[in-house]
Design a protein around this ligand. Structure first.
Ligand code: ATR
Length: 263
């Protein structure tokens, strides 16, 4: 999506993927800076480690407690570059829910599955967006409890419960990795919650395009969307941070669809 966007804007830039071991992350960031890269994206397991490795944390990285984007910015007259860490994942959740499901967070009731890195960012962003009730469910219960306590402290107006809801909700979000592998079951325990009790379902997984959860969501008559919109919006925001130009969203979406789904 980035290379398509660079081409569309006539920028002689390239986006490349590198596999970096966690113990080499500091060296990789320093190397990219030395080579005067415009910036970097980071993914699992680097998003927390990078908090300690950049020179400056943007408000977004401070607020959401993870770095997925670095921008090397000139600092001072000597042409030195400073590594500034951002988080573009969190706002991408809100953008994707609005765009793909027509859902506004204010006053919503949400069941969130998963309490790993993606689950924590989603929970915090949903709370910051003013959801009324947040139900957190995770295979390892203690991690859902930890996030619930953090939200109670930071967003006391949000009713946060680390359990399945007993009533209907507006949205179910999957932030677990269950569904990535062929044959994976749905992360939702249908004995605890039936999908027809939700208006909409968002699965952060975008490949496969339709997980077992999304299939059941459609069968239950819910509005349903996969995680492609989140991938798009976190990328578009990073693109804007690096280039200072408006991201060509349609070009980027088409490139994603072409590369991931082949059509
Ligand atoms: P990410 O950065 O993508 O969130 P992660 O931090 O490793 O990755 O989190 C993975 C999430 O998927 C966790 O919520 C994990 O549950 P645990 O906290 O119990 O590990 C969840 N997950 C992974 N495999 C799962 C499975 N087979 N069943 C249920 N949940 C699973």
């Amino acid at each position: 999506m980035h290379n398509a966007a660079f081409a569309a804007l006539g920028l002689n830039w390239r986006y490349l993927a590198f596999e970096v071991r966690p113990n080499n992350l500091a060296a990789a960031i320093a190397g990219a800076r030395a080579m005067q890269f415009a910036g970097l994206n980071l993914t699992v397991p680097h998003k927390l480690l990078a908090l300690e490795l950049v020179d400056v944390l943007d408000e977004s990285a401070k607020t959401w407690g993870a770095v997925n984007t670095i921008h090397f910015k000139p600092a001072g007259a000597g042409g030195e570059l400073r590594a500034v860490g951002y988080n573009t994942d969190a706002d991408a959740i809100a953008s994707a829910l609005r765009e793909d499901l027509g859902l506004e967070l204010g006053g919503a009731k949400v069941l969130l599955l998963g309490a790993g890195g993606a689950g924590r960012t989603a929970a915090l962003r949903l709370a910051a967006g003013g959801v009324e009730e947040l139900f957190l469910v995770n295979r390892t219960r203690s991690k859902a409890d930890e996030i619930a306590s953090e939200i109670k402290k930071r967003f006391p107006a949000v009713r946060t419960v680390a359990a399945y809801p007993q009533t209907a909700v507006d949205l179910v979000v999957n932030a677990t990795s269950l569904g990535l592998k062929p044959g994976d079951p749905s992360p939702l325990d249908q004995k605890q919650f039936l999908l027809h009790q939700s208006r909409a379902v968002y699965d952060m997984i975008y490949n496969p395009a339709e997980t077992a959860l999304l299939q059941s969501a459609k069968a239950a008559g819910c509005r349903a969307a996969n995680g492609l919109g989140m991938l798009l919006h976190q990328g578009a925001k990073a693109f804007e941070i690096w280039t200072g130009q408006t991201a060509p969203l349609d070009v980027m979406r088409r490139a994603l669809e072409q590369n991931i789904y082949g059509h």
